[in-house]
Ligand binder design. Structure first.
Ligand code: CTP
Length: 411
């Protein structure tokens, strides 16, 4: 019996439940019932193979809604079902998820209703796999699961035990009440407003230091990490202002955006805004040096060698930390290629920060211009949290957890 989650009872969450073909498909009925008992409204999508195990009518009778199997079928009431289905849901659960569906999700293949829904879905996704042990342990399946984890998908590890095929090992669908509990936890985490009242100021992206009217010095920052922080903080109830340098991605809706292309402009924008902020996060890759003089006209290639003289730019983060008042939290990033954690810890001290996020930018799966990150968060009290490779969205939420923890410790 599921103990109803109090938040789910007051918030009527909309859940999309995808059911794939496998013996465990019948257990999806219990998942549906458990979610309903917790106050959720559930709609169901089934793959064609799932219908060999359980009739759509069962889910239709229990959910009170049309069950989508084939969105091209003439009886489908919605002509763009994969979009409406995915955009109006608070959580997509796939239980049971077959090796085939996991592989499709990992690769972005959208050749049926459920896989198209997954691609069109911006809500959190919980996948509960069920398959034969050998299929589960196959490197291809494990590779695909790693990809899903990196994409921010929550994976409900299968249980070990005797399988329908009489083999013993991991692969059995997790118990329905555990799937429901995990779903409720994800829902309440994705709807928590624990940053309500905080005003975040975040620098994002690369700066551009002009050499002449056509050339500049810059770096590989895309802005993904800074915007992921902004988006996650907005969802958690904060007011967010971003000082946006050069980015290859767009800011989230709802953030106030101030453009600042050079380190100097960024320093100016931050100075104007920091008095109103309760948390400052320096996520921008700000150039440390700029040409002493910007040439008014394009520099001609008249000489064999050209020497540029550079000077230091203002250190925006240190300036904010030096001038902070009223319990403002100041958090920085450390982009390092060697002695990552030690160098970051030294920056935490020298810049007088409350926390620093150590980033090994030499890794292919972390740092600049990739969707994933792997960081170590170090706080002023010396506490270290090492996060494995995960999506920047997930990383952002873990960094924001540190802010709420610092606040609950009286900072
Ligand atoms: N930063 C800043 N202003 C600068 C340079 C960096 O505010 N002119 C901030 C970054 O936004 C980041 C932190 O300082 O939060 C650390 O940046 P990083 O490039 O790792 O370190 P630096 O201080 O520039 O030192 P170094 O380049 O020598 O490692």
């Amino acid at each position: 019996m599921i103990s109803p989650d109090s938040q789910a009872q007051t918030t009527r969450y909309n859940i999309a439940l995808g059911v794939c073909g496998g013996i465990a498909a019948y257990k999806a009925v219990e998942v549906l019932r458990g979610l309903q008992r917790s106050g959720c409204v559930v709609r169901v999508a089934m793959t064609k193979r799932a219908c060999e195990f359980v009739q759509p009518l069962t889910f239709r009778a229990l959910s009170g809604s049309h069950v989508v199997v084939d969105d091209y079928a003439p009886d489908n009431p919605d002509p763009i079902a994969h979009i409406t289905f995915s955009q109006t849901t608070d959580l997509l659960i796939v239980a049971p998820a077959t090796a085939n569906m996991i592989a499709k999700f990992a690769r972005g293949i959208a050749d049926d209703f459920l896989s198209s829904t997954y691609l069109a879905c911006t809500a959190p996704v919980l996948v509960a796999p069920a398959m034969n042990t050998t299929m589960w342990e196959h490197p291809a399946t494990q590779r695909n699961l790693d990809q899903l984890r990196a994409d921010g998908v929550h994976i409900m590890e299968p249980d070990a035990g005797e399988m329908a095929c009489k083999t013993i090992g991991p692969g059995r669908l997790s118990e329905p009440d555990r799937i429901v509990a995990a779903a409720l936890e994800i829902l309440s985490a994705s709807h928590k407003k624990d940053l309500a009242g905080e005003r975040l100021l975040i620098t994002v992206g690369a700066t551009r230091e002009e050499i002449d009217p056509v050339r500049f010095i810059s770096n590989r920052s895309s802005g993904r990490m800074g915007f992921a922080l902004a988006e996650a903080a907005l969802k958690r109830g904060a007011e967010v202002t971003v000082v946006r340098g050069v980015t290859t991605v767009d800011p989230p809706l709802g953030a106030r955006v101030i453009r600042a292309l050079s380190a100097e402009e960024m320093a100016q924008a931050v100075a104007n805004e920091s008095g109103n902020a309760s948390v400052f996060i320096g996520a921008a890759a700000i150039a440390d040096y700029r040409p002493v003089q910007r040439a008014e006209e394009k520099i001609k290639k008249s000489e064999e060698r050209l020497t540029l003289t550079l000077e230091r730019t203002p250190d925006v983060l240190s300036q904010v930390a030096a001038q902070k008042t009223n319990g403002m939290l100041v958090i920085g990033f450390a982009a390092e290629t060697e002695n990552v954690v030690d160098n970051a810890a030294a920056k935490l001290k020298s810049k007088k920060l409350d926390a620093i996020i150590a980033n090994d930018v030499s890794r292919a799966d972390a740092g600049f211009d990739v969707a994933t990150n792997a960081v170590v968060i170090i706080t002023r009290d010396g506490n270290r949290v090492e996060l494995p490779v995960m999506s920047k969205r997930e990383t952002a939420n873990r960094i924001l957890d540190v802010i709420t923890k610092l606040r609950s410790n009286g900072n």
